[in-house]
Design a protein around this ligand. Structure first.
Ligand SMILES: NC(=O)c1ccc[n+]([C@@H]2O[C@H](COP(=O)([O-])OP(=O)(O)OC[C@H]3O[C@@H](n4cnc5c(N)ncnc54)[C@H](OP(=O)(O)O)[C@@H]3O)[C@@H](O)[C@H]2O)c1
Length: 259
């Protein structure tokens, strides 16, 4: 059995997930990095970034919406590392095209729900089950699950209704997981990023930069993936050991609704 704690990060090949994986490697976690393919440029960049921090890298190909694939992936991680201490449910997508609520299609709605909500919920369920089992086997074991939602869990955008609904659902999933598992020693947190500079936002960069410059984001700057990585690392270090079920806003103050 591996001695180091192990972190599983979904959507680790780019953006926020890559920054989270790098930050957790810096905290001494061996990394299981999930994305749809292990053969992407992003995974090739991440591997050495993780390993140069003195921990192991295990790339895994999984479409998170494939719930029938989850069991095999979880069992492969346990076979390789013998434990899972930390799960960051980060994989997520935006609508392929922004369309007004009246134009939203069932197909696009289902795509977003399957990737952003149904997949992460059932993946976390499987990992939580293993964490409960591992609690009886490992000493000093402090399992933790994080759901990366979005400020869109609470802010409406009628041109990406399905995204907002998926993130609001995932936010409640985080609360329910926290409630169900806190007494059994698994702590669950939600992190709500604001406008973070990644492939997801790059197509709208001009619009977002104007919003930020106009003060929509009180701290008047883009969020960077590392801002989320630092927040996750602080939870992983144990800085929040006497907390559970909290929502961390990493959004430059977008959560403040002032006049
Ligand atoms: N950027 C923002 O402003 C922002 C704000 C709030 C919340 N978020 C949330 O933060 C998370 C990460 O977003 P990001 O901005 O870092 O996006 P990104 O740069 O587009 O990265 C998305 C990641 O998810 C993976 N992924 C996509 N579909 C997947 C699937 N079906 N199964 C498994 N992995 C999949 C991608 O990997 P492959 O393509 O290699 O599979 C990639 O690693 C998302 O949940 C997003 O909703 C982002």
């Amino acid at each position: 059995m591996n001695g180091k704690p192990v972190a599983v990060i979904t959507g680790a090949s780019r953006g926020i997930g890559r920054a989270v994986a790098t930050a957790l490697a810096g905290e001494g976690f061996d990394i299981a990095a999930i994305a749809r393919s292990v053969n992407s440029e992003g995974m090739e960049i991440l591997g050495p970034e993780v390993e140069k921090r003195g921990v192991q890298f295990f790339p895994i190909g999984l479409d998170i919406s494939c719930t029938t694939c989850h069991a095999e992936v979880v069992s492969n991680i346990l076979e390789r590392y013998g434990r899972i201490d930390f799960l960051v449910n980060n994989a997520g997508v935006a609508p392929l095209q922004r369309k007004d609520l009246l134009e939203m299609t069932e197909e696009n709605y289902d795509r977003i729900m399957n990737i952003n909500l149904r997949g992460p919920v059932f993946f976390a369920q499987k990992v939580a089950r293993e964490m409960l089992w591992l609690k009886g086997k490992l000493q000093d074991y402090k399992p933790c699950i994080i759901f990366i939602t979005s400020v869109s869990a609470g802010l409406s955008s009628p041109d990406r209704t399905e995204y907002c609904i998926s993130k609001a659902g995932l936010s409640m999933a985080s609360t329910v997981f926290a409630d169900r598992f806190v007494k059994e020693g698994i702590r669950v947190f939600e992190i709500r990023p604001g406008i973070i500079m990644t492939d997801m936002t790059i197509r709208q960069a001009e619009k977002y930069t104007k919003l930020i410059d106009d003060g929509f984001v009180p701290q008047r700057r883009w969020g960077m993936p590392e801002d989320v990585g630092k927040a996750v690392a602080s939870i992983a270090r144990g800085d929040w050991d006497y907390s559970a079920g909290m929502v961390f806003e990493v959004s430059g103050g977008l959560n403040i609704h002032g006049f």
